[in-house]
Design a binder for this molecule. Structure first.
Ligand SMILES: NC(=O)c1ccc[n+]([C@@H]2O[C@H](COP(=O)([O-])OP(=O)(O)OC[C@H]3O[C@@H](n4cnc5c(N)ncnc54)[C@H](O)[C@@H]3O)[C@@H](O)[C@H]2O)c1
Length: 427
């Protein structure tokens, strides 16, 4: 309550995009006391939100139900509902189109938001993008639509998202958040907003450093995964167990960080974000970002390598891929998520289907996949395992009963080195 007894006005937050990034932010903001409008152009998603039906794994449907019941969360497909906002956060997709950054979602959402921008408000971009997007694209677009000036009339900044779907230790709240602004006042406003929703903020000097931070983090992962993937291919050919070497190297308390091989990289970040950086380097400096190009090349070929190992395993038993019953465990790009975007496991499935495999696939987090015939999706059971000529572990979800796999599968190619699978062949 204010001093004159009137109810205190809650600050109004608008989150553009209610996906993996935007929905957790919206829920947290409701929890700490904002009036939140969750804007999404996907009307089907808005309908699901209105009926408290979550499609993002880290957010339980009950949490949405509570937010709706509090009267402080409004899912909407209408930009008119952004009217009078204090803070707006943009969390729309930033895909690649034919290898080139596609900023149309940022452009469209920014232009729609600009019509409702008023003096004193703060706009923050969270979508992953190349350095310069906030001050070269978002700022000028907001200015031209609203007639206001960034910095002078409204605050503008960038804060990269570090959400790790399925990670119970490092959540949106406990993971430090890098914050930035186009000027001092903007940085202060952006920092103040995130200080109210996360445990720790890390201010950086300008939006470009903040944009680069995100690309640096993802490129670092991408390159290191490519390093162990390429090493895994060579180690296998040399008869050396890469997993033992990785475990041993991980005992070094300094100067080493553990990364493990797998069937490739997937999701919305690793296969895409480093290319935003290499595209910008090429466009502005005319040179190639060789690490990114090489990492793309190595990681893109891992599904082919898995198929090569499948062929070798069947060949050792005088079998061909064509007609062999192959059971794939896991289609999501990483464990304990239902996210199959850009998943290398789906690519493996496609390659094997093209070669005539009698394919079955099982993923407790995914009921259907557009690239896999519905009747090929099965539940994990002793009979499915026994019927398979080869079982391939692509994603090591905790929900899989690997003891059952160990007991009932005759031949297993394990791309994740699952501890319970002691008698399988590893990648
Ligand atoms: N998913 C992750 O783990 C993750 C982690 C870090 C950063 N990011 C980045 O965050 C951004 C969003 O990713 P995401 O995974 O949440 O994507 P998502 O596809 O799950 O969600 C984005 C949402 O934005 C909506 N949208 C599209 N255009 C819109 C518009 N004009 N107005 C309002 N809504 C609109 C879409 O309908 C969709 O629901 C991307 O730039 C991504 O690279 C994602």
């Amino acid at each position: 309550m204010t001093r004159d007894g009137a109810p205190e006005r809650r600050a109004k937050l608008v989150v553009l995009g209610q996906g993996y990034v935007g929905l957790p932010l919206a829920m947290r903001a409701v929890e700490v006391g904002y009036d939140v409008v969750g804007l999404d152009v996907d009307e089907a998603r808005v309908k699901r939100l209105e009926s408290a039906d979550s499609y993002v794994e880290d957010i339980a449907s009950e949490e949405i139900a509570e937010a709706l019941a509090s009267g402080h969360y409004q899912p909407s497909a209408a930009y008119a509902d952004a009217e009078g906002f204090d803070v707006a956060v943009i969390t729309v997709p930033t895909p690649l189109r034919e290898g080139i950054p596609d900023l149309t979602y940022i452009e469209q959402s920014t232009a729609s938001l600009g019509a409702h921008l008023t003096a004193g408000a703060t706009v923050i971009l969270e979508s992953t993008t190349y350095p310069g997007t906030t001050d070269e694209l978002v700022g000028p677009l907001l200015e031209s639509v609203s007639g206001l000036r960034a910095g002078r009339d409204f605050r503008l900044g960038y804060s990269p998202e570090r959400i790790d779907p399925g990670n119970k230790t490092w959540t949106f709240v406990t993971t430090p958040k890098v914050v930035s602004g186009v000027d001092e006042a903007s940085l202060e406003a952006v920092k103040a907003f995130y200080d109210s929703v996360v445990d720790q903020t890390v201010p950086v000097r300008s939006t470009r450093e903040a944009e680069l931070t995100k690309l640096l983090e993802n490129t670092f992962r991408h390159v290191n995964i490519a390093l162990v993937n390429e090493l895994a291919v060579f180690a296998h050919a040399l008869g050396i167990n890469i997993w033992d070497a990785i475990d041993a190297a991980s005992s070094k308390p300094f100067g080493y960080m553990r990364f493990t091989p797998g069937p490739g990289v997937g999701g919305h970040c690793l296969p895409i974000d480093p290319s935003y950086l290499s595209w910008q380097v090429k466009r502005t400096l005319g040179t190639q970002f060789r690490f990114v190009e090489l990492a793309n090349d190595v990681n893109d070929h891992m599904p082919d390598y898995v198929v090569r190992r499948v062929i070798a395993s069947l060949n050792a038993r005088q079998r061909a891929v064509s007609g062999s019953r192959i059971l794939l465990l896991g289609l999501a790009y990483k464990k304990n998520t239902s996210d199959a975007r850009e998943s290398p496991a789906v690519r493996v499935a496609q390659l094997l289907l093209d070669m005539g495999a009698d394919l079955r696939a099982c993923d407790p987090h995914i009921v259907e996949s557009p690239r896999i015939p519905p009747d090929a999706m099965v539940e994990l059971s002793a009979s499915e395992l026994e019927a398979a000529d080869l079982v391939v572990v692509l994603t090591d979800h905790d929900a899989f009963d690997f003891e059952l796999v160990e007991r009932h599968a005759a031949h297993v190619l394990d791309c994740r080195n699952v501890p319970a699978l002691t008698s399988s062949e590893v990648l």
